[in-house]
Unconditional design. Structure first.
Length: 122
């Protein structure tokens, strides 16, 4: 396994934990599934961008705005997929919202890695 993938997995785990913590807090406060997931995704995205740019991919590019724009677009895509899947799992299969988020994270993390590696931090 490459050093980059090991770093990505480490940052990915921290990002997932951060997202879960914020999502759980939002649910606890009664903010609803979509709003809680939106806030959690935004906060986790900011952390993930900085950690991936400077530590995982060690990107030296000076095109910060281009990178953050592509990163945000990619994360918007996976956020939409994640939110849709969480709602389907909760509303149609009766799965608890926290478990639903956990189940979606495998797809989200894999999708985010591919988007970051291929389109953002080349």
């Amino acid at each position: 396994m490459s050093k980059e993938i090991v770093k990505y997995i480490g940052i990915g785990l921290l990002t997932v934990l951060l997202s879960f913590a914020v999502y759980s807090l939002g649910l606890f406060l009664g903010l609803g599934i979509v709003f809680s997931n939106s806030v959690a995704t935004f906060i986790a995205m900011a952390f993930a961008f900085l950690a991936q740019k400077y530590w995982v991919f060690e990107a030296k590019s000076k095109k910060f705005m281009k990178e953050i724009s592509l990163f945000a677009l990619g994360r918007l895509f996976t956020y939409g997929l994640e939110t849709f899947l969480i709602l389907m799992l909760v509303q149609y299969l009766g799965i608890h919202p926290l478990l639903s988020k956990g189940l979606t994270q495998v797809l989200v993390v894999m999708g985010n890695y591919c988007i970051s590696r291929i389109f953002v931090f080349r």
